[in-house]
Design a protein around this ligand. Structure first.
Ligand code: SF4
Ligand code: SF4
Length: 454
């Protein structure tokens, strides 16, 4: 029995209707709009829900970035995308706000891709700064070769000053620490897929389930759980094995989230091709894809099929879930938690922030509802504001103040709760929560692990 129905259904382009895809911009051969692109009736609901427009009077807002620029472009082939599209943080809140189903974030992603491709100088500092930030996986891979040295070097004051002055990467934030053992190294040490199968079978026996039950998931850990917070990935594996799931960890690249936000669509496509190819094979064999980061699950479910045409992409989108969401659908998590105690030194009081990309998947209340009956634990919802960091956005020197102004409401609500520990599913929201309040931040999987496994 499950305690949740799947709240998010991936978009099936053209499902059940004769829809001719519309080119966003006539010169583009890569990107199509999903149905509804021309349905804007100018109600401005998207603008009033845009966190950037709320703190920046110069930002024209999602209605302009999407439908209005599209119309201008249709009227004039020479119209160049306005540079303000680079001020959109890709939080995707405007998608949920629009009552008319206009695919705003898809239009923004496409327009940003065109702006970077055609308007931005490839010799500019901004282009290379954005490219480095968007390709975090490459820097993290390099840092993982000497993590202790990288941790000292990346937060060395004069180096940070220089990075801010020459590249525009703010020195206000501390770089997150790189783990001395990556999640994938730990995974290999634990016997990889064969080790997981053995442990899952033992748990099935303990639970009175058939030893050969068909419970298999493929884990998309993303860059951050691999290089910075392997404890989230380890909790994911332990919790899923506890419920009798065999876990595999296929070859994978970045989800592409920071690349979409920086208009680096060719980079994003390269990574999407690797991810779709590895996960489509596993989906064919009966696996579901699980992500512990809500922006990664958002990318695989929504942004990939909206932006790319890759063999197997729709199947992967349909079979992708956020990790806790998946367990809520397939297991009686709340019942197990009613019987559980939290072991170890994990906090008992949490200030929970729902990431914007969790909201877009209908998952904003799941952590609060899930832990409601867990004895001695209090998870307080800090409201529906955006954290403001939006991945790489809050790392840019010129956007740092805006990012902190957006986050102000969340910081105040966190500080009004009991305890000094935060909780969220998004690694960059976690950075912002920690930066704004000094709280330690945990993932819901870590609390599930402490309650059910440890
Ligand atoms: S994605 Fe977020 S920042 Fe960008 S226009 Fe929409 S609401 Fe505003
Ligand atoms: S919310 Fe939708 S319909 Fe209303 S102005 Fe924005 S895009 Fe147009």
């Amino acid at each position: 029995m499950s305690d949740a129905e799947r709240p998010f259904e991936p978009i099936e382009p053209n499902a059940g209707e004769d829809f001719e895809p519309v080119d966003v911009f006539p010169d583009s051969t890569d990107f199509d709009l999903r149905p509804g692109a021309d349905s804007c009736y100018k109600c401005s609901a998207c603008d009033t829900n845009c966190p950037v427009a709320e703190v920046d009077d110069d930002f024209p807002g999602p209605k302009f970035q999407g439908p209005e620029q599209w119309r201008l472009k249709q009227q004039d082939d020479d119209y160049g995308v306005d540079e303000s599209v680079m001020d959109c943080s890709n939080c995707m809140r405007c998608d949920s706000a629009c009552p008319s189903g206009v695919p705003l974030s898809q239009m923004h992603n496409t327009a940003r891709g065109e702006y970077v491709e055609e308007e931005m100088s490839k010799l500019s500092v901004e282009y290379w700064r954005n490219r480095i930030l968007a390709n975090y996986r490459t820097s993290a891979w390099l840092a993982s070769k000497a993590p202790r040295l990288a941790n000292v070097a990346m937060n060395f004051g004069p180096a940070r000053w220089l990075m801010e002055k020459t590249m525009g990467i703010t020195s206000e934030r501390d770089f997150p620490a790189f783990a001395t053992e990556t999640f994938r190294e730990w995974w290999e040490r634990k016997g990889a897929a064969a080790g997981s199968r053995e442990r899952a079978q033992e748990h099935r026996e303990r639970r009175g389930e058939p030893r050969d039950a068909d419970k298999r998931v493929a884990y998309f850990h993303g860059c951050y759980a691999n290089y910075n917070t392997p404890e989230v990935g380890k909790s994911m594996v332990r919790v899923f094995e506890h419920f009798g799931y065999e876990v595999v960890v296929p070859e994978q690249g970045c989800s592409g989230t920071p690349m979409f936000a920086n208009g680096m669509l060719s980079d994003a496509r390269r990574h999407a091709e690797v991810n779709v190819s590895s996960f489509a094979d596993l989906v064919d064999q009966g696996y579901d894809a699980i992500a512990s980061c809500t922006s990664c699950s958002m990318a695989l479910r929504q942004e990939y099929p909206e932006l790319f045409d890759i063999d197997g992409i729709d199947d992967v989108a349909k079979h992708t879930f956020e990790s806790v969401e998946y367990l809520r659908i397939h297991e009686d998590l709340r019942e197990e938690l009613r019987e559980a105690d939290v072991d170890g030194d994990l906090a008992r009081e949490f200030a929970y922030h729902a990431p914007c990309h969790a909201r877009n998947q209908g998952l904003e209340r799941q952590a609060v509802e899930l832990f409601r009956d867990l004895d001695g634990v209090d998870v307080a919802d800090v409201g529906d504001s955006c954290s403001g960091i939006s991945g790489t956005y809050g790392w840019k020197d010129e956007k740092y103040e805006k990012s902190m102004a957006i986050g102000e409401e969340m910081f105040e609500h966190m500080e009004a709760t009991e305890g000094e520990t935060g909780m969220t599913e998004c690694p960059t929201c976690a950075m912002q929560m920690e930066h704004g309040t000094g709280y330690e931040i945990r993932h819901p999987l870590e609390l599930l692990d402490a309650a059910l496994v440890e």
